[in-house]
Design a protein around this ligand. Structure first.
Ligand SMILES: [Fe+2]
Length: 254
């Protein structure tokens, strides 16, 4: 299994603090069946800045440590950038780092709202040749209240990633319900851990995939598994057309 979102690099953000923490997370990932993990440290979120060059360097160091410790986990470089007005400039000047140097770029919204310029920025990112992936939309207050906004972003080419812990209810009932609605309405394309540690913000990947298979059957299960691989290979991912019936029920506006 591939996990496309994690804070496993030590000492760079609010994820792993030490190399020991990173190793504990790596062991936990392996125990859940994860073979490849993308390290996606926070960038420009007001607290942490992690630019391309330093992430690549830190991934190299952690990879060597994992080999030394005989932990069978491949770490790949990525980045979780909070949406901001300089994203195109930062793509051009080499500060941003798409996942595995593919066309896929993580975009995080603040938790309370969606900035007014988001639609334009998501468009500009695509014009620059990249595919934005909106991370954990299920935890954004404005999108919870106005899911049609997310529908518009997806319709215009953005992808989304729902967090495994949200699927299994670790962020509460409301976020769990919204996460499942996003799956049912075909408004999400990836399930990933966004793991920060092994305790309060763990992986939950095996549990979430088990729940997805039980509730929605093998098609969704394999689609999510396959999409993470397609992303890694810089191929186009499966995008299921939002179901008309479910969309009506969900958005209540069409
Ligand atoms: Fe994250």
């Amino acid at each position: 299994m591939i996990d496309i979102h994690s804070h496993i690099l030590p000492g760079v953000d609010d994820g792993a603090k030490t190399e020991e923490d990173s190793l504990a997370m790596a062991k936990e990932a392996v125990s859940q069946g994860i073979t490849t993990i993308i390290a996606t440290p926070h960038n420009k979120n007001g607290k942490y800045d992690n630019e391309r060059a330093s992430i690549k360097n830190n991934v190299q160091i952690l990879s060597e440590l994992l080999v030394k410790e005989d932990i069978p986990l491949t770490v790949i470089s990525g980045q979780e950038t909070r949406i901001n007005g300089e994203m195109i400039e930062d793509i051009n000047n080499g500060k941003l780092l798409p996942l595995n140097d593919t066309k896929y770029l993580f975009v995080e919204f603040p938790s309370a709202n969606v900035p007014r310029y988001s639609s334009q920025m998501l468009f500009d990112i695509q014009v620059a040749g990249y595919t934005p992936i909106i991370v954990h939309p299920e935890r954004n207050q404005e999108l919870i209240e106005h899911p049609s906004r997310l529908y518009e972003f997806v319709k215009k080419g953005a992808l989304t990633q729902v967090t495994a812990a949200s699927i299994v209810g670790k962020f509460g009932k409301n976020i769990q319900k919204f996460s499942h609605q996003l799956v049912e309405a075909n408004l999400t394309h990836f399930i990933a851990s966004d793991a920060h540690n092994t305790t309060t913000r763990g992986f939950c990947m095996d549990e979430a995939f088990h729940e997805l298979k039980n509730e929605y059957g093998s098609d969704y299960f394999y689609m999510f598994l396959e999409n993470s691989q397609l992303l890694l290979d810089n191929m186009n991912v499966n995008r299921m057309e939002p179901s008309q019936v479910k969309k009506k029920k969900f958005l209540g506006l069409f």
